[in-house]
Design a binder for this molecule. Structure first.
Ligand SMILES: Cc1cc2nc3c(=O)[nH]c(=O)nc-3n(C[C@H](O)[C@H](O)[C@H](O)COP(=O)(O)OP(=O)(O)OC[C@H]3O[C@@H](n4cnc5c(N)ncnc54)[C@H](O)[C@@H]3O)c2cc1C
Length: 93
């Protein structure tokens, strides 16, 4: 799978260097990325390839910020969050 984001580029480079030096460890990482789109900040954790429901949560019903949880049965597969301004997002998988 081709993953195009800064965090993966940095971590995959470190993983490749470690393996060239003999680490012999497969590259494995919970994908996380952010992107600023004008005044909005989008962050996502994990790969949402298998889910049956998207659950939206808002701290303030009048604010544009929200968190979306891609869930399969009761397990969180990938949270993503749209915020104004930038804030961090935690995964409860
Ligand atoms: C428009 C755009 C917006 C993006 N926004 C986001 C974002 O908001 N968040 C996010 O996480 N990711 C974003 N990305 C993705 C992110 O930029 C890439 O995933 C990341 O930069 C890949 O890093 P890299 O080091 O693998 O490659 P690159 O950053 O492409 O670096 C490769 C470098 O190698 C150099 N190079 C190429 N060929 C040669 C050669 N023959 N000799 C010497 N040097 C060479 C290039 O000039 C370049 O400097 C965005 C990408 C684009 C195009």
């Amino acid at each position: 799978m081709r993953v195009e984001h800064y965090d993966n580029a940095a971590k995959q480079g470190a993983s490749a260097a470690a393996n060239m030096l003999g680490a012999q460890e497969p590259h494995s990482d919970a994908h996380w990325f952010w992107s600023d789109q004008y005044e909005h900040n989008l962050q996502a954790v994990g790969l949402a390839t298998d889910y049956d429901q998207v659950v939206i949560r808002r701290e303030d019903p009048d604010a544009p910020a929200f968190a979306a949880f891609y869930v399969k049965t009761i397990r969180c597969r990938r949270p993503s969050r749209w915020t104004t301004p930038r804030r961090s997002c935690g995964c409860a998988s």
